[in-house]
Each structure stands twice: as C-alpha cells, then as structure tokens.
Design a protein around this ligand. Structure first.
Ligand SMILES: [Zn+2]
Length: 476
C-alpha cells in the first residue's frame, strides 16, 4: 500500500467512524430541491411527489443543517449507521460479506440447479466479483439478471436477491411460477457488485457508497460505480459529479473501474433479456432514460410493466428525473442503450427500506421488503419470458390433462372467451402470477374488468378432481 493511500485512509476513516446522520428535509417546490442539491449535500433519497429529500450529513454538520431547513427531521441513527459486528452477526439482520459467501456456497452445494459462485473479474482491491446462476433450463435458455450492492451502503438490496434465490430453489416443483421460471430461464444474480465498499462498511460505520479506488485521481474518496457506466457518461453534472470527493463522482472516464468494466463485459456474454439493478432506499421503480428524462422507444412497456409490478407495493414508477432528478452513467441506461445486446429491459428498484441500515436490528421490514420485491421479480420474469414466445398451454401440464381450457382467439377484444372441455368445472377463477384470485368469471364470455392491471394472468378451472389453467395476457 502506498504512503499516499495510507494518508488518505487516515483522513477518511475518522469520518466514517463518527455518526453520520440522515436528515429529512421537507420540499414544497422544485426550487426547494434545487437549493438543497446546490449545497452539495449527499442526497440519499427523495421524491418530488411526496415532498421530501433525505440527505446524509457528517456529524459535524448535523446541527447547522437542522437550523438551515425549518421542519427538517433527524432520522433514527440506525438508518445511517451500522452497529459494530458481533460474534453472531456481521451486519445485524443483513447478510455481511462473509455471510454472503457462506450462503451462496451452501445454496450451490445443496441444490443441483444452483451453480457455485463464479468469478467474472476482480475488484479494485483484488476481491473476486462473483455471479451465481440458477436454472433447470440449460445454457441456451434466456438469461435474466438481478444485481445488488452496487452502492455499498445499501444492504437491503442484497437481502432481496438472497430471498429471491431462496424462494426459487425452495418452491421449485411446488409453486408453478418458480417452476416455470427455472424451467424456462437462466436466473443470474450478482449479490455484491461492489465488494470492496461493502467490506469497508463492515464491521461498523457504513456510509461508504462508492468503490474503494481512492487513487484515481490521487486523493479521491472512491468512484460512484452507478455513474461510471458508459452510456451518456458525464452528459451533464446533474446527479453525476466531476468532483472526486462528491458521493456521485463518476470517475475519470466511462467504465474506468474494474467493477463496472468486468460486469459489463460479462453481461455482454450472457445477453440477458432484462432484469433488476437493485438499490435502496425510497420505494421507487425506475426505468430509462435516466440521463435526460426522455422516454425510450420502450416507454409504453416500461410504464405498463412498472405499474403492474408496483401494484402491490405502491412504489413510485417512472424515470429518475420524474421522481427526483436526472442521473447519467447509471446501469439501467447502459443496459438499455449501450450493451452489445441492448435494448435490455432493466429497471432500478429502490427498495423501501428505512434508510440504509434501518433494518439491521429488526427483521420485520426486511421480510416485508423481500416479499414486495419477490412479487416484482416474479412479474418481471413472466413478462420477459412471454416476450420470447413461450406458448400458452404449458401450465395445464402441471396439474392435469383430461379437462382442458380452450381460449378464444380474439386478441383485440375486451371480452375473454373460453371453453372448458373434458369435464364440467365447478368453479372458474382468474389468478395473477402470484396466485391471488383476482376475478371469478360468471360466463364463458368474460368481460375483462377495466380495473384489472395489465399483465399476465391464469384462467383456472376446477371440478374437485382436477385443476387446469391457461395463461393469458392483458395489455391495453
Ligand atoms: Zn444506490
């Protein structure tokens, strides 16, 4: 380690060890937000529609910030600071670096569908950058990718992908969704995009967002990986900074960092249809373009899928610039615009955690967040897979064959016509992809209710002995 790096570490460490705090500032107008942003604050979350912006403030500046903004609220300390590790917990109820390594290794060992974590590159400090693949479909099946912890202080993103992997593997063979997804897709997961920053946050402190490249240029405080991707990198200074000490410092050039370069090169080889780049916090579901707040040619799809996926958790759906402010050089814009396989349909969910570390001592919210995101994960996979031309009818094979449902073939009608053959059903119902009954058609010419969200549904007929179902899509 060079002398310069040691000096820089000494400068930065004391800040991280003190209690940085999250402060919620009320925001009535756009100019309120502009004033906060122009002060150079570390903006953690916020929403124009909900009228607030959260800033992360070094402990020495807490008081002056509270005075500057009447109505500002100091958020609980556990939202911003990670408690020291104990013998039994690295990072409270979040999975720390070592706990992640153990979890993924054990999952792979105990389940044939899960590959051993595999390296796609090496981080700035020399750690393996790992992905995990889960599939029962083989290597020609379409890929769907989930990433987490691009920002090292957002452990709730990691909890979500761990829950997702657990659910897929546990429910395979009994839940028709899990079975369908793993029989038809390769699910790829990067549990920790930024392992150096995550390790640095462990065992205490927890405010490192960027990677640990403090040397480019000499005496930076790391590079914000989610501003370092190559699509429209450095387009302007909105939400992306040329200042090496800013929390949104984008680096000296696009893909300058080993973490982003290795990740994008690897993604180009697996060619995913789409996926989620998970972050925390705030409760938003973001889609491109982030850099200029303009719709992509896939705006209708992003909007329709987004609204459908957020129907349960009420996440705000839209482009970054619609929710708060534009950002350039982020992963969803790259996925949509710059991969050799673009356009890939990626979203950035901002998990609705309590600040960055707010669930460290309380599993309740982690569980809720995981369930809400699991619902979105399922819908995303189903949407992406139907895009590849998976046919109707596969689902009947799971549960019986003598009775069957034949769907009418008028794709533009608001009336769904169907016939049940082979036996007389005692009940017919419509389920969403998570298995909830959302309607019970009274006749074989069923008018699809106007209030039913766009999405994938199942028409299910039962007669006491058999259950058959057919998939259909509502898209207006
Ligand atoms: Zn983030």
């Amino acid at each position: 380690m060079s002398k310069i790096l040691v000096a820089v570490l000494l400068m930065v460490l004391p800040m991280a060890m003190n209690a940085d705090r999250l402060i919620r500032i009320p925001m009535q107008t756009d100019s309120d937000f502009t004033l906060v942003r122009d002060m150079g604050y570390d903006i953690a979350a916020g929403s124009r529609a909900e009228g607030y912006v959260d800033v992360m403030v070094g402990h020495r500046f807490v008081e002056e910030t509270m005075v500057r903004y009447p109505g500002a609220r100091l958020l609980p300390i556990e939202w911003s600071e990670l408690s020291p590790a104990t013998d039994s917990n690295e990072m409270g109820y979040y999975y720390g670096p070592n706990e992640n390594a153990l979890f993924w290794a054990e999952l792979a060992e105990s389940n044939d569908m899960v590959d051993t974590p595999t390296s796609y590159g090496t981080s700035f400090e020399g750690r393996d950058l790992n992905f995990v693949r889960i599939t029962n479909a083989g290597s020609n099946a379409p890929a769907i990718l989930f990433t987490a912890l691009t920002h090292a202080r957002e452990p709730g993103s990691n909890s979500v992908v761990i829950d997702w992997a657990q659910w897929l593997t546990t429910e395979y063979g009994s839940d028709t969704m899990a079975t369908f997804i793993l029989d038809n897709a390769q699910i790829y997961i990067i549990p920790i995009v930024n392992p150096d920053g995550y390790e640095y946050n462990n065992p205490a402190g927890g405010n490192q967002r960027k990677n640990m490249n403090f040397t480019t240029p000499v005496a930076s405080s790391g590079i914000d990986l989610n501003r370092n991707y190559s699509y429209m990198w450095g387009y302007d200074n909105s939400g992306s900074s040329p200042d090496p000490y800013a929390v949104t410092y984008r680096g000296e050039s696009p893909l300058s960092e080993p973490e982003t370069l290795a990740e994008t090169q690897w993604i180009d080889t697996i060619e995913p249809l789409g996926g989620f780049h998970y972050h925390t916090y705030g409760g938003y579901l973001l889609f491109p373009y982030g850099y200029n707040n303009q719709p992509t040619p896939h705006q209708a799809t992003f909007e329709s899928w987004g609204n459908q996926m957020a129907a349960q958790n009420n996440y705000q759906v839209g482009r970054c610039g619609q929710i708060l402010y534009d950002v350039n050089g982020d992963a969803v814009d790259w996925s949509y615009g710059a991969s050799t396989h673009s356009p890939m349909l990626f979203f950035t969910p901002e998990v609705d955690d309590n600040g960055f570390w707010g669930s460290q001592n309380d599993t309740t919210l982690i569980v809720t967040n995981n369930l809400e995101c699991r619902y979105m994960n399922k819908l995303l996979c189903m949407n992406l897979l139907s895009m590849t031309g998976v046919e109707d009818g596969n689902f009947a094979e799971f549960e019986g064959t003598a009775m069957s449902i034949v769907l009418g073939s008028n794709p533009v009608s608001s009336v769904l016509s169907y016939t049940v053959t082979g036996a007389v059903p005692t009940s017919v119902s419509v389920l969403d992809v998570t298995g909830r009954v959302v309607a019970t058609p009274a006749s074989e010419d069923w008018t699809v209710p106007a209030g039913l969200q766009n999405g994938i549904y199942f028409l299910r007929a039962e007669n006491g002995n058999q259950v058959v179902s057919q998939r259909f899509t509502v898209l207006r």
